[in-house]
Design a binder for this molecule. Sequence first.
Ligand SMILES: Cc1cc2nc3c(=O)[nH]c(=O)nc-3n(C[C@H](O)[C@H](O)[C@H](O)COP(=O)(O)O)c2cc1C
Length: 213
Amino acid sequence: MFLLSFVPPGIRIFVRGQMANSIQTSSDTLRVLPHTQYHTEGSLSPLNVAPDPLEQFRIWFTEASAKVSEPETMTVSTATASGIPSARTVLFKQVDSTGFVFFTNYTSRKSKELLENPNAALVFYWKELHKQVRILGKVEKLSEEENEEYFHSRPVGSQLGAWASKQSTVIEEGEIEHRLEKYRQRFHVNEGDPLSAQIPAPDFWGGWRVVPK
Ligand SMILES: Cc1cc2nc3c(=O)[nH]c(=O)nc-3n(C[C@H](O)[C@H](O)[C@H](O)COP(=O)(O)O)c2cc1C
């Protein structure tokens, strides 16, 4: 968007210098021109996918891990009790037969919506594989033990970040730095030896498990 402010209306530009993704702008419209060719290698048929969708996900995610930058990036969609949707990017952390897990702030907009309406949708898109995966299900919160275990596996900076971050709220200039410093002091984080800090998991932070239906 920043770059486009220098582009005269009506001009075509080539993002990343390729023929794909050519765009056209006018004073009120930005249009993506139909250059992009979506071609797939091979085909998708019931004969070449695993009967168990979870097993297929494992196969594709493993393939994506070798070819895609941050394959764990996924969209999570939630909705209010009256069905007004919202979506955002989060990082997928784990899957097993019980469901797909991501971590977040339990006071965030997404968490508030999941508390009033447990239906969620996840989407992964792996461009390099020409594939997307959609998961629909209901959510459940992870247990305190599971949250603690994951929280303490994170770097100290991320642990402090979880304490300092007030998700889905307007943040004043410098507020995050101020809050980070507050928690650094509260938990006696020593810059020279950050791993010695004992930081408890906040009760307003943890995981959601999307249980596919
Ligand atoms: C690449 C990427 C990964 C992200 N991963 C997470 C995540 O794992 N958990 C999270 O709470 N927010 C994550 N965020 C931030 C969310 O997209 C979002 O801004 C935040 O959670 C507040 O969302 P909400 O107000 O809709 O609840 C990520 C953002 C990006 C761009």
